[in-house]
Design a protein around this ligand. Structure first.
Ligand SMILES: [Zn+2]
Length: 301
C-alpha cells in the first residue's frame, strides 16, 4: 500500500515562478493529475483510511492520497480527486488557520529569495531552524524580517479560513486528519507539550467538523514511542510519517501508527520517482536516491 504526500498546489507553472512558497514539491494541478493517472494506469486502487483499517487484500495494489498542513490551495485538488473518484486525507494545523499565519518555511523562503539568497543556503538555514521550537523560529523570523512577514501573501501560501475548512470537511471523499494544533515538530518538545498538541487538535477538529480524526500525520514525520502512545490514547487509529517506504500488507497492528509515505517532486524526474516508489528496490537504496534529491534542495518535510 502506497501513501503519497502533497502540500500546497499551484494552478500553473506561472504561479510556481512567483516563488511565494518553499519549493518542496512545485506541484501544479496538471502534475497532480499526471501522478494520479499514473497510479490508476498501473492498477492501483484508491483507498480511504477506513478501508485500510478494515484490512486490504494482500493481492491488490492500493493508494492513499494525503495533503499536509492545511494550505487553501490544496483545495485545487478537489475537482481532480472527484473526477478520478479518489478519497483524500487533509491534515491540518488549526492554529495557523485561526491566526491566518504563514507557515514559517514559506516566510523564510520568500524573504531570503527577495534578498537574493541561493536555494542551497535557504535549504541549509531551513534545516537548522527545524531543530528549534515554533516560538524560537517565530522570534527569529520577526527579528530578521519584521512581524508583517509572518502574514500570508496569496491564495497559494495561505491556510484555509474556518469557513473554507468546514466546507472542505463536508466534501465527498474528504477526511480531515490531525497534524498537531500548531504544526509542532513533536521531537523538539517535552512529551507533555506533544500530548496537548495532539489532543487539542483532535478536540478542535471535532468541534468544527463534528468528527474527531482517525489519522495523524506527524509534522516533519518525527515521532517517539511516547507520541505513538499519546496518539492512540487520543483516539487516533493510524499514524503517517515521511519515511520513504511502501507499507506491506497485511499491516501489523503496531505499524498502523507509523506508516511510510512518499512525496513526489514535480520536476523533470517525476516519472522516475513514481517508478521508484512502485519498485521493490531496497529501502537503503531508495534513501540514497532521496538524499541525492535532498542535497539538490528539493526535499524538506
Ligand atoms: Zn506539515
Amino acid at each position: 500500500m502506497t501513501i503519497l504526500l502533497f502540500h500546497c498546489l499551484f494552478r500553473n507553472e506561472a504561479e510556481v515562478d512567483l516563488k511565494l512558497v518553499y519549493p518542496q514539491q512545485n506541484m501544479t494541478v496538471a502534475r497532480l493529475t499526471e501522478t494520479l493517472q499514473y497510479y490508476l494506469d498501473n492498477g492501483f486502487i484508491p483507498v480511504s483510511p477506513s478501508d485500510i483499517l478494515k484490512g486490504l487484500s494482500s493481492r491488490g495494489k492500493h493508494l492513499l492520497i494525503t495533503f499536509d498542513d492545511g494550505y487553501y490551495s490544496s483545495k485545487l485538488s478537489l475537482p481532480v480527486l472527484k473526477q478520478f473518484k479518489i478519497p483524500a486525507v487533509f491534515f491540518v494545523s488549526l492554529n495557523h488557520m485561526y491566526q491566518n499565519k504563514s507557515f514559517w518555511w514559506d516566510v523564510l523562503w520568500r524573504e531570503r529569495i527577495k534578498r537574493g539568497a541561493s536555494v542551497r543556503s535557504i535549504s541549509h538555514e531551513l534545516n537548522r531552524l527545524k531543530c528549534l521550537t515554533n516560538e524560537e523560529i517565530d522570534r527569529f523570523l520577526e527579528n530578521e524580517f519584521g512581524e508583517a512577514a509572518l502574514k500570508p501573501v496569496s491564495d497559494v501560501d495561505r491556510p484555509f479560513t474556518v469557513v473554507e475548512f468546514q466546507d472542505l470537511a463536508k466534501q465527498e471523499g474528504v477526511l480531515i486528519g490531525n497534524h498537531t494544533f500548531d504544526h509542532v515538530i513533536l521531537t523538539n518538545y517535552p512529551s507533555s507539550v506533544g500530548r496537548k498538541q495532539i489532543k487539542r487538535s483532535q478536540e478542535e477538529i471535532e468541534r468544527l467538523t463534528g468528527i474527531a480524526p482517525l489519522v495523524i500525520s506527524y509534522p516533519n514525520g518525527n515521532y517517539t514511542a511516547d507520541i505513538l502512545r499519546f496518539a492512540r490514547e487520543s483516539g487516533l487509529k493510524m499514524g503517517i510519517t515521511t519515511t520513504y517506504v511502501k507499507n506491506r500488507l497485511p499491516i501489523e497492528p503496531e505499524k498502523m501508527m507509523y506508516l511510510g509515505r512518499f512525496m513526489p517532486v514535480a520536476d523533470g524526474l517525476l516519472r522516475n520517482q513514481l517508478d521508484l516508489f512502485r519498485s521493490d528496490i531496497a529501502v537503503t537504496r531508495l534513501h540514497a536516491v532521496f538524499r541525492f534529491w535532498a542535497k539538490r534542495g528539493k526535499l524538506t518535510q
